[in-house]
Design a protein around this ligand. Structure first.
Ligand SMILES: CC(C)(COP(=O)(O)OP(=O)(O)OC[C@H]1O[C@@H](n2cnc3c(N)ncnc32)[C@H](O)[C@@H]1OP(=O)(O)O)[C@@H](O)C(=O)NCCC(=O)NCCS
Length: 196
C-alpha cells in the first residue's frame, strides 16, 4: 500500500478536480457516509446517532444537503471514482458570506496536493458566484486541516464547543477568509489550478 502511494506521488497520478453535478449525488452520499464512519469521523463530530440519522436520509434530502443555498461540491476523481469532496454553500447572502464544510479525502489519496487543489477550485467557484468571505469550522487539533486553510490565509476568528450525544465535547475553531478580492489569493488559486 505504501509503495503504491509513493509511486502515485512520483508519477503525479491523474486526478481531476472539478465541480460535481447532480449525477454525482449517490457517489457523494456514499463518500460522505464513508467519511463519517471512518476513523476521521470525529472531525465531523460524528456520533453513532448522527451517523444513523445521515444513513436514513432520502435521496431528496441528500440533494438538499449537497446543493441547496447555492451550494456546490468540489470533487476529485481518480478515473470514475470520487476520492475527495468539499462542500460550499452561501451562509449569509446579505454579507456574501460562504461556508465550506465536509472536506474529506480518502486516506490513500492524501498528501498529494489534492486538498489544496480542491480548496482552490471551491474558492474560485465561490468568487465566481459573488462571494466575498468564507468561513469554516475545524476541530481543535486537526493539524492537516489547519495547515490547509492557513495556506490560503484563513484566520481563526473564534472558537466554541458543543456537547455530543455521547456526552463528549466537540471543540472547534471558527476560521475565516475575509478578503476574496486579495490579488495574492487570486494568484495562488490560479497557480494551483493551472499546475493541476
Ligand atoms: C485535511 C485533508 C483534506 C487534507 O487533504 P490532502 O489532500 O492530504 O492535502 P494536501 O495533499 O493538499 O496537503 C497535505 C500535505 O501534503 C503535502 N504534500 C502535497 N503534495 C505532496 C507530495 N507530492 N508529496 C509529499 N507531500 C505532499 C502538503 O505540503 C501538505 O503538507 P503540510 O500539511 O505539512 O502542509 C485530509 O487530510 C483529510 O481528508 N483529512 C480527514 C478529514 C478532515 O480532517 N477534514 C477536514 C474537516 S474541517
Amino acid at each position: 500500500m505504501n509503495e503504491d502511494i509513493s509511486q502515485r506521488r512520483q508519477e503525479k497520478i491523474d486526478i481531476k478536480v472539478e465541480i460535481a453535478t447532480g449525477k454525482d449525488l449517490l457517489a457523494l452520499r456514499d463518500l460522505r457516509l464513508l467519511a463519517i464512519q471512518s476513523k476521521d469521523g470525529h472531525v465531523f463530530a460524528a456520533t453513532r446517532e448522527s451517523v444513523e440519522r445521515e444513513m436514513a436520509l432520502t435521496e431528496e434530502k441528500w440533494r438538499e444537503y449537497f446543493f441547496s443555498n447555492n451550494g456546490f461540491v468540489s470533487v476529485s476523481r481518480y478515473g470514475a471514482e470520487i476520492v475527495g469532496m468539499n462542500l460550499a454553500f452561501e451562509k449569509a447572502p446579505e454579507e456574501n458570506l460562504w461556508r465550506m464544510r465536509a472536506l474529506y479525502i480518502k486516506p490513500e489519496f492524501r498528501k498529494m496536493g489534492i486538498g489544496v487543489r480542491m480548496f482552490s477550485m471551491g474558492l474560485r467557484e465561490i468568487i465566481r458566484l459573488g462571494g466575498k468571505k468564507v468561513s469554516a469550522n475545524i476541530e481543535v487539533g486537526n493539524k492537516d486541516s489547519w495547515n490547509l486553510v492557513t495556506k490560503f490565509g484563513f484566520k481563526k476568528v473564534s472558537s466554541g464547543s458543543v456537547e455530543l450525544e455521547t456526552g463528549e465535547t466537540f471543540h472547534y475553531d471558527d476560521v475565516e477568509l475575509d478578503d476574496l478580492d486579495d490579488p495574492e489569493l487570486i494568484k495562488k488559486i490560479k497557480e494551483v489550478l493551472n499546475a493541476g
